[in-house]
Design a protein around this ligand. Structure first.
Ligand code: GLC
Length: 441
């Protein structure tokens, strides 16, 4: 609590109210902090030809007309929202985020704000979101709505193709006002129809907080649902940071954060992209994220008919096997040992009396913890009956410098297929030695 409050104060002074993520009400954020894992779904008309989501026409890889022809191929004919929710639930994820509207402006629900929706313009002829939000909720998942603030299709939106724009906001404020009314009416629809637990904005970079009316938007959302969480892509008015693909090398300290990451090298369905992460890579990245106090929002891209690529299903299932076996080391934990105390990822129980050490199976050896002042009462391997012994190396009885903890090697039979977890129980809350190794400090 204290740390977060301090973080908000610091954030306010260092960043002002404009430039950084706004942080408030730790209680509102608690489920998110405990959740650790979310699944991201990029689904839209781009999944018909398997082209870049919205960027394909914006970057002029294809014409706008050809891109929009994909409307005719979006059928959702094998779409099974309950099966999606079940698969997501199986991964251990606590929340799911779906693209309600990407930069191409095609809404996946039956919006009343214009006719640009799967319900009006595609053979699917339906709002595909209502049953999905219901299925998520039935599965006990928190729900997230991705929404692109920018809309390259809208006649009153300035941006369209790369290097060109329809107009400048400052030259035609009335036209911009029409766009603001339009997008804010869509947000109202999403709020009232789906009441998401999380609003996941994107595309804020094309305008300032003032132009987007970000404070008003935030207030509008929180007025409808005071518990809603807003991601950080809202020009300084969100609740948490959202690094993308590769996360910061140093541990983010200002508050909650979430890494969003693709399963191959694309957000949407891309059958020509076979650069899938392996389950080992996914799981070790996930461990690194939670070790640094963040969440992972892992993305899948279903095909237009609702089928999820086999490789993605495989990744989700392998991830689920691992998270279910090691749930106590993952969910409701906090960031692990600070850098320098252990060469690898770790998490701590909330009372900090248990350290969970993550050991990548492919390069496990003797493990060492440095600067631990506590006594270790047991070391267990979740999912097995195995306990491990340890040895304290180099402890002089009258010196304040703690010895090094050498943990015995993990027997091959107790190794997890991807990443083994050691549950190290301490005699009390974690106490770390921060001195320089001298007699006085
Ligand atoms: C980027 C892209 C977008 C993608 C998003 C996911 O901002 O513009 O295509 O949906 O990242 O995080």
């Amino acid at each position: 609590m204290k740390r977060l409050f301090l973080a908000s104060v610091l954030a306010f002074f260092f960043c002002g109210s404009q430039s950084q993520t706004v942080m408030d009400s730790p209680a509102r954020m608690q489920w998110f902090r405990d959740a650790k894992l979310g699944i991201f779904i990029h689904w839209g008309i781009y999944s018909v030809n398997g082209v870049d989501e919205s960027w394909a026409f914006h970057n002029k890889k294809m014409t706008y007309a050809d891109y929009m022809k994909q409307l005719n191929g979006f059928t959702a004919k094998n779409y099974n929202p309950e099966a999606w929710a079940e698969l997501i639930k199986e991964t251990g994820a606590r929340y799911a985020v779906i693209t309600t509207k990407h930069h191409d402006g095609i809404a996946l629900w039956d919006t009343k704000a214009n006719n640009m929706s799967t319900a009006k313009l595609t053979p699917a002829r339906k709002d595909v979101l209502t049953p999905l939000f219901a299925a998520f909720r039935n599965a006990g998942l928190k729900t997230g709505a991705y929404f692109s603030l920018l809309d390259w299709s809208h006649q009153d939106y300035p941006g369209f193709l790369k290097d060109s724009s329809r107009y400048q906001v400052k030259n035609d404020p009335a036209r911009w006002k029409r766009y603001l009314d339009f997008y804010q009416s869509q947000i109202k629809e999403i709020s009232t129809k789906f009441n998401p637990d999380l609003f996941w904005f994107d595309g804020d970079w094309e305008h300032s907080a003032e132009e987007w009316q970000a404070p008003k938007l935030r207030q509008m959302i929180l007025q409808h649902n005071p518990n809603a969480i807003l991601n950080g892509r809202l020009t300084g008015y969100g609740d948490y940071e959202t690094p993308e693909q590769n996360f910061p090398v140093t541990r983010p300290t200002l508050g909650p954060w979430e890494l969003c990451m693709t399963s191959n090298n694309n957000w949407g369905y891309h059958p020509d992209d076979s650069a899938y992460k392996t389950p080992y890579e996914l799981i070790t990245i996930f461990a690194d994220v939670i070790s640094n106090g963040g969440n992972l929002l892992f993305d899948i891209g279903p095909r237009e008919d609702g089928w999820i690529p086999t490789e993605q299903v495989h990744l989700l299932k392998e991830l689920g096997k691992w998270t279910n076996k090691h749930s106590s080391a993952i969910f409701e934990t906090t960031a692990g040992l600070p850098p320098g105390h252990y060469y690898g990822a770790s998490t701590l129980s909330k009372d900090s009396s248990t350290i969970f050490l993550f050991v990548p199976t492919h390069n496990a050896g003797k493990l060492v913890i440095k600067g631990l002042q506590n006594k270790i009462t047991s070391i267990k391997i979740p999912g097995t009956e195995q306990s491990l012994e340890h040895k304290i190396v180099g402890k002089i009885s009258w010196s304040p410098v703690p010895g090094l903890v050498y943990i015995n090697e993990i027997p091959a039979s107790a190794m997890d297929e991807y990443m083994t977890v050691l549950e190290v129980k301490l005699d009390g809350p974690l106490k770390l030695y921060k001195g320089k190794g001298g007699l006085k400090d």
